[in-house]
Design a binder for this molecule. Structure first.
Ligand code: F3S
Length: 282
C-alpha cells in the first residue's frame, strides 16, 4: 500500500501561531483563558484543558474574571470583546491571524466612511461574527446566490464587499458578479486566504489519483468538512476521521494508493498516527 499525504495537510500559519501562543503563555505560569476554543480540534482543546486552560464562550463570562490572560484565537473577535477585556483589567494576548485582522481594519474604516459592509461567508461562523463586530453600522452576510440576488440597499450608498478567509474562491466570484450587475458602486476586497485554496486544490488532485482518501479533522471544522466534500466527489472511498480511533477502513483488496489530507486545525501528530497505521496495517 502506498500513501500520498498532502504537503498542505494540517495547521495553517495562523492556527500554528495561535496554538504556539497558548503554549508560550502556559509556560509563564499565569491563569490562561482562550476566547472560544483555540482551534476546532477536540484533542488539542482537551490537552490544553489538562494544562489548566479555560475556554470562555461568551462575552458575559469576562465579567466574572478577576485576573488572568485572555488569548484571542486566530478567528479573531468583535471589537467589544477587546473593550471588555480592557475594562476588566485583564491581560489580552492577541493571536488573531493577520489575514483576519486585515478584514477587521477594512470593515472598520469602510463602515466609518458610511459604506455598507457585505461579508461573503457563513453567518454564525465565529470569524464572521468577529468581522461583523468591527463595523459601526449593520452588516449583511451573504452566503448563497439567492441571498445575493435579494440584496438591496440604497442605490446612493457605496457597498464594500469582503470575504470570510475560508470561503470558496469560485463561489465568491460568482456572488461578486451578481452584485456587479445590480448597479451599486461596489468595492471588492478579496480577503480569501490562499492557504485554504491551496489545501483544497491539492486535496482534489490527490483524491483524483488515489483509490481511497482519508480526511482528518475536527467534526466542527468547516474547512475539514469542505475538504471531505471535495474529496468525496473525486474518490468513492473517502473517509472523514477526527483521530485514529475513528478510522474504520473497510477497503476493497484492489486499493493500492491511499491519499491523506487534513484540515487547518489538525495537529501533525494525529496525521502521523493515521499515516503509520495505514502503512503498517494494509
Ligand atoms: Fe489565517 Fe488563513 Fe489560517 S486566514 S488562520 S492562515 S486559513
Amino acid at each position: 500500500m502506498e500513501i500520498k499525504t498532502a504537503t498542505s495537510a494540517g495547521f495553517c500559519f495562523g492556527v500554528k501561531r495561535a496554538v504556539d501562543t497558548v503554549y508560550e503563555q502556559i509556560e509563564k505560569g499565569k491563569k490562561i483563558y482562550t476566547y472560544g476554543p483555540i482551534i476546532h480540534n477536540e484533542e488539542v482543546v482537551k490537552e490544553l484543558a489538562q494544562k489548566g486552560v479555560i475556554v470562555i464562550e461568551k462575552i458575559e463570562e469576562l465579567d466574572d474574571l478577576l485576573e488572568g490572560t485572555v488569548i484571542i484565537r486566530s478567528h479573531g473577535v468583535a471589537k467589544n470583546v477587546y473593550d471588555k477585556i480592557r475594562e476588566r483589567g485583564l491581560e489580552c494576548v492577541d493571536a488573531t491571524c493577520p489575514f483576519v485582522m486585515r478584514i477587521h481594519r477594512v470593515v472598520e474604516s469602510e463602515s466609518l466612511k458610511g459604506n455598507k459592509i457585505v461579508i461573503i461567508g457563513n453567518d454564525g461562523h465565529p470569524e464572521v461574527e468577529g468581522i461583523k463586530g468591527w463595523s459601526v453600522s449593520k452588516t449583511e452576510v451573504i452566503e448563497s446566490v439567492e441571498e445575493a440576488q435579494n440584496f438591496e440597499c440604497e442605490i446612493a450608498q457605496k457597498v464594500c464587499i469582503v470575504s470570510q478567509t475560508t470561503f470558496n474562491h469560485n463561489k465568491f466570484q460568482e456572488l461578486v458578479e451578481i452584485f456587479s450587475k445590480k448597479g451599486y458602486d461596489i468595492s471588492v476586497v478579496n480577503t480569501i486566504c490562499s492557504a485554504t485554496e491551496e489545501r483544497q486544490s491539492e486535496a482534489k488532485s490527490i483524491a483524483k489519483e488515489v483509490d481511497s482518501m482519508i480526511v482528518i479533522g475536527g467534526k466542527h471544522s468547516s474547512n475539514t468538512r469542505k475538504l471531505f466534500e471535495i474529496c468525496s466527489k473525486e474518490c468513492e472511498y473517502t473517509y472523514y476521521v477526527q483521530t485514529l480511533e475513528d478510522l474504520n477502513l473497510d477497503l476493497p483488496k484492489s486499493v493500492k494508493l491511499v491519499g491523506i489530507t487534513a484540515g487547518a486545525s489538525t495537529p501533525n501528530n494525529i496525521i502521523e498516527e493515521v499515516q503509520n497505521y495505514v502503512r503498517i496495517n494494509f
